[in-house]
Design a protein around this ligand. Structure first.
Ligand code: SF4
Length: 367
């Protein structure tokens, strides 16, 4: 990358077994992947594929589709065949759709122990079908649909209850020698969720799918997910993530990707280091940061660009970035790779930074 080696400070990754969701490895030393879920009626194949294409373009690596009806199950072969990314069928209540999803070529199936009383008797059959097709199963426990037996035992969806539910379901599959499993234990409270995943991480080596369920509208859901995923991933826990937002799923992918970038688990594209501005600012920092962000959107080289309002922290941040401006008195000192190359009036700061970005990319052989 353009940036130098930054020290990693996250805890070592938990050792999980690796599974394959289609062509995407999950667990082991595979990079943490980003998933989302379609909001279309799955039976509407064109609309669903259109949304999957949008999610794929946004960087989604695995997509899940809901299968509540026979019409949805009937749509799975076309969706699985035409999707550019692996498709997971999300199934509650109806074991017959699990077999349909495996038959349809879905990359994995998600089942929910709280909603699958009817499944337990058929775990052997499901395990056999999944094993024959090389299809992993996600055991997806959700606080809102916790097994009644565990609700009675624990009183509510505690971390222990979520974990017990997941491991119980795993044990049913393990009895049939099936371990091609990943697990989620979702709760809408990030603190409970973090504790549940911590407990689970200690008690098994299955890869873990992180999620704060029913996290809320975009702002609240983003904060909750970032806090919870950050806490877990910084401890090495988590192999794939889904941000749940009451917002278009492309937003989930953007937030998920940004969380991984913020943790240094994914190479950043453009990173703008801009100050919040304050009474010392001598230029319009918001406008500069916005214009630089817009000008470098989709730039082919990952760059860190510092846009700073005055000389207090400006030179320090600008020097550490690939490109930067430390402003003062209606002017901007332009930094490239730590060196001041010129001072320009405020009106020329943006264009100068964009020119220097192109020059840097050329030096790296990227047009
Ligand atoms: Fe204020 Fe200067 Fe810091 Fe920006 S860099 S927040 S203008 S002190």
């Amino acid at each position: 990358t353009v940036r130098g080696d930054e020290p990693r400070r996250l805890a070592p990754r938990r050792r999980s077994r690796q599974i394959m969701v289609g062509n995407v490895p999950v667990g082991g030393d595979a990079p943490v992947s980003v998933q989302s879920m379609t909001t279309t009626v799955t039976a509407d194949v064109n609309a669903t594929l259109q949304q999957i294409a949008e999610l794929t373009a946004a960087g989604c690596q695995i997509v899940r589709v809901a299968v509540p009806s026979q019409d949805d199950a009937d749509a799975l072969p076309a969706i699985a065949r035409k999707s550019a990314i692996p498709v997971i069928a999300d199934i509650h209540f109806q074991p017959k759709y699990v077999f349909a999803a495996i038959e349809a070529g879905c990359a994995a199936v998600r089942v929910n122990p709280g909603n699958i009383k009817k499944f337990d008797d058929r775990v052997g059959e499901i395990a056999r079908a999944a094993k024959d097709a090389g299809v992993p199963i996600r055991i997806g426990v959700n606080a809102g649909s916790l097994d009644k037996r565990l609700l009675a035992k624990y009183g509510k969806a505690t971390p222990e209850a979520l974990v017990e539910s997941a491991l119980w379901e795993c044990s049913l599959f393990e009895e049939h020698d099936f371990r091609d499993i990943k697990i989620s234990v979702k709760h809408n409270d990030p603190v409970v969720m973090v504790e549940a995943y911590r407990l689970l991480a200690e008690r098994c080596d299955y890869p873990l799918h992180l999620g704060v369920t029913e996290a809320g509208p975009a702002f609240q859901g983003t904060v909750k997910s970032a806090v919870a995923f950050g806490a877990l991933l910084s401890q090495g826990i988590g192999d794939t993530i889904r941000v749940s937002l009451s917002a278009p799923p492309v937003e989930e992918v953007k937030v998920g990707t940004a969380i991984l970038e913020a943790l240094g688990l994914r190479e950043r594209g453009l990173e703008i280091v801009s100050c919040p501005s304050c009474g010392r600012a001598q230029v319009d920092v918001y406008k500069l940061a916005e214009e630089v962000t817009a000008g470098l959107k989709d730039f082919p080289v990952p760059l860190r660009v510092a846009v700073m309002g005055c000389v207090v922290n400006g030179p320090g941040e600008a020097r550490e970035a690939d490109l930067g401006v430390a402003s003062g008195n209606g002017k901007g000192q332009i930094f490239v790779k730590g060196e001041v190359i010129k001072t320009v009036p405020e009106s020329q700061i943006v264009e100068t930074l964009l020119e220097e970005a192109v020059r840097l990319a050329e030096k790296m052989g990227v047009d």
